[in-house]
Design a protein around this ligand. Structure first.
Ligand SMILES: Cc1cc2nc3c(=O)[nH]c(=O)nc-3n(C[C@H](O)[C@H](O)[C@H](O)COP(=O)(O)O)c2cc1C
Length: 196
């Protein structure tokens, strides 16, 4: 009663949405990924810094290079997923700040001239955007399989550079056979929320 989002959308995005561990052969197109991005780009970040970067791993050759850096249990499902995305944080996001924050372009130098400050901000805000991205995948009628079981240094060296910190790898597609582990319980409201 308290939620204004219609019940079907609540189910699609949260209640019925699951983390997929297998996928059908149906391809995920660039148009679908663009539609997801055009939706989730509006999710908020501090100073609108928008540090998330997305590397789509499409070619079989690139897929092979990625899979070897994943934990064993993540390899087969990633090799077979229709699409795989490496989500990373751009530690040099401040270069875009004058464009992204036109009413306060001084933020670039006033707050983000030091790399360690940028790294901390990029990590938090790109992680927020990664969550928006997963919900966006669901909004496209697809399932996501996010993974952090991987060699982060290996993935960074293989696909990124020193300015981009990998956050997670996400398999994307329509769920396949036996795609889900049993749903695990969640913490109750009373276990999580305190009021002071
Ligand atoms: C950031 C992140 C990292 C994860 N890493 C892995 C992983 O390396 N391997 C894996 O099989 N599942 C991984 N998962 C999947 C979680 O275990 C799963 O999303 C969670 O248990 C909820 O499952 P459900 O959506 O089916 O309820 C990860 C999920 C997230 C959000």
């Amino acid at each position: 009663m308290s939620l204004v989002l219609d019940a079907a959308a609540q189910d699609l995005l949260f209640r019925e949405a699951r983390t997929a561990n297998s996928f059908s052969d149906e391809p995920v197109t660039d148009e679908q990924v663009q539609a997801i991005y055009e939706l989730v780009k509006f999710g908020p970040t501090a100073y609108n810094q928008s540090p998330l970067r997305i590397t789509l791993v499409r070619s079989p050759e690139a897929r092979e290079r990625l899979v070897k850096h994943l934990a064993e249990g993540n390899q087969a499902k990633t090799a077979a997923a229709p699409l795989v995305a490496i989500l990373s944080a751009d530690n040099e996001f401040h270069e875009e700040l004058p464009q992204l924050l036109p009413h306060f372009p001084q933020a670039k130098d006033a707050f983000f001239s030091e790399r360690p400050v940028r790294e901390q901000a990029a990590l938090l805000n790109a992680a927020l955007q990664a969550a928006y991205f997963i919900i966006g995948v669901r909004a496209a009628g697809l399932a996501a399989g996010p993974m952090t079981g991987l060699d982060f240094v290996g993935v960074q060296k293989e696909f990124l550079d020193d300015d981009h910190t990998p956050l997670m790898v996400v398999n994307i597609g329509k769920p396949g056979e036996d795609a889900w582990f049993p749903r695990s319980p969640r913490l109750s409201f009373d276990e999580v929320v305190t009021t002071v």
